[in-house]
Design a protein around this ligand. Sequence first.
Ligand code: ZN
Ligand code: ZN
Length: 327
Amino acid sequence: MALADLTDPEAVRRAIAEFDAIGRDTFLKRYGFDPAKDYFIVVDDKMYDSKAITGVAHLYQHGELLTADMFSGGSATVANRVGKLGFEVTRPVGLPDWSTDELMLALDLYLRANGKATAQAVADLSAELRSLRIFPDEVRSNDRFRNPSGVTLKLYNFSSIDPAHAGQGMAHGGAGDVRVWEAWAHRPDELREAVALIRAYGATDDAPEATGEEEEYGATEGRILYREHRRYERDRNLVARKKQAVLKKAGSLACEVCDFESSETYDVEGVIDVHHVVPLHKIGVSVTTLNDLALVCPTCHRVLHKHRPIITPAELREKRTEQFGDG
Ligand SMILES: [Zn+2]
Ligand SMILES: [Zn+2]
């Protein structure tokens, strides 16, 4: 039994499913692997220790675990094998770009400190960014990830964008820095509320999982709040109650923006999404009521999430009517 015997991609997928189900620490411990240092398998934007997954995939395919000491080749050989089965393998060298959430936390500090954050405040933010579950553990455990000098540099970037400090910064704020500045700098109180929620949701073991959805990366309110928003929208109980209520009242499940109703066009019932109307940083942690939810078709839903600035279904409906008339 050897590495070359692993030929079934489905076995790899099953190992990954187990990894997801029990979590990284338990998975590695259960099968006796050390955390990977160099090669990771990437699926849906999540990273998996390549050697451990390979060993366990071997177990799923052949009934025998390939233990850490049974691999003849080095990590590169392992990566090559999984790569041949159609999986993306990565060897992270650099650090990921700052996410919107992280930029929001940094901007909040910048604004509160009036551009003059103390070394202690910088160190605290660095520690916090390393612990919040915006990026996966493997990324955050890199020693260089959001270290104090990285945070300091980011604050410099904001001062180069800040009209009040023009000329003092390093004058190379990235596109993300500018986007976050424009979205939030003029409403520091709302930023503070949003940042408080990012902290609350992002710090717990129960932090919402990455969705892998394109909209997550561009979300104005950052990844954590986007994931939380989607968690509400996918709550089957809540969705069922909303659909039932609308069906009872209106007799059909039509999109509140464009009136699309799947059963009319395709003879298939209920192809409709539920969208959470209130921006999460505004509703805080209060209980969601059915009135906070709107029924929208999948297309209009994506448009709602991509639209800048944030727009409600009623506003989008108006815009659509203006553009295309009423029929
Ligand atoms: Zn629609
Ligand atoms: Zn939504």
